[in-house]
Write a protein that binds this ligand. Structure first.
Ligand code: GLN
Length: 277
């Protein structure tokens, strides 16, 4: 086989690497050649010297711990193809559980929905793609993140309202049927924050004061005011936060509290309903 062919290069470069897997290299080659996996195995095209140099640079970034989504500047989430860069957290597959549970609980009837701390827009845009009649607001404190969300909205031909706000500060009472959030919930002293992948991500999107609970608490407290009658809040939280999160839901008047597990079987999501008189 020609040493410059894509498949030879994938094999050749997949040596003495710690973080970059063969699959990572394969995806990087597909990006460089702008071809599909089918094309790769059918045609096994050549990689020019320039393309090989680019591949080496990208492998080097991956070896230094940068998440593949930042290097490829994209990731799949739900049925969407999202642009991703260092301005936003990389959407995790487990967050799709939130989308799934919401879709399971609500049909296509028109609803007002708020995705708080939307980042790349992943949750709000996934909901929008499944429930086109819903009026969805995606908000974030960080204008740079909102640029990414806006880009993803256009890229996926969807329509949501994009709002710059600090959690629930700019919203009017009793307006939303569903509020959903994947807020920062790691503790600032969580050693994972300095691990290879996470240290490349925006700290503000990962960690919160009060052992990671400050923002979740603010969201639970203020959503109680901003939810419509029988409105529901859905939040993602961290391992070992179940007891505290459930107690915050109870303390703030939510009923029908439900916990949902991630793909590892850990409780990572909570929902509750506000019943107002
Ligand atoms: N999900 C992130 C992690 O597992 C933590 C921060 C977040 O998603 N809100 O690393």
């Amino acid at each position: 086989m020609d040493l410059n062919s894509a498949l030879s290069q994938i094999k050749l470069r997949n040596q003495n690497l710690e973080l970059c897997s063969q699959l990572d290299i394969e995806l990087l080659v597909l990006d460089i050649l702008k071809i599909s996996k089918n094309d790769l195995y059918r045609d096994n095209p050549l990689l020019s010297q320039d393309q090989q140099d680019r591949l080496l640079k990208l492998i080097d970034r991956r070896e230094k711990g940068e998440p593949l989504a930042y290097i490829r500047e994209k990731i799949g989430f739900w049925n969407l193809d999202l642009h991703i860069d260092q301005r936003v957290l990389v959407p995790r597959p487990e967050t799709e559980v939130l989308v799934e549970r919401i879709l399971e609980n609500f049909n296509s009837k028109k609803l007002n929905v708020l995705d708080l701390g939307t980042g790349s827009g992943a949750i709000g845009l996934a909901l929008c793609s499944e429930r086109p009649l819903w009026n969805i607001v995606c908000s974030d404190l960080c204008p740079q993140a909102l640029s990414v969300a806006r880009r993803n909205m256009k890229k996926n031909l969807l329509k949501v309202q994009i709002v710059n706000a600090c959690w629930l500060d700019s919203f009017v009472e009793g307006r939303f049927d569903i509020i959903v959030s994947n807020p920062p919930y790691l503790s600032f002293d969580d050693p994972n924050i300095f691990s290879d992948g996470l240290r490349h991500e925006p700290l503000k999107a990962l960690a919160a004061e009060n052992h990671g609970l400050k923002d979740i608490e603010e969201i639970i407290v203020n959503s109680a005011k901003l939810l419509a009658v029988k409105g529901s809040l859905f939040v993602e939280f961290g391992n070992d936060q179940t007891r505290k999160v459930v107690s915050l839901f109870k303390k703030n008047g939510y009923s029908e509290i439900n916990l949902y597990k991630d793909l590892n079987g850990d409780e990572r999501f909570c929902s509750g309903k506000i019943t107002k008189c």
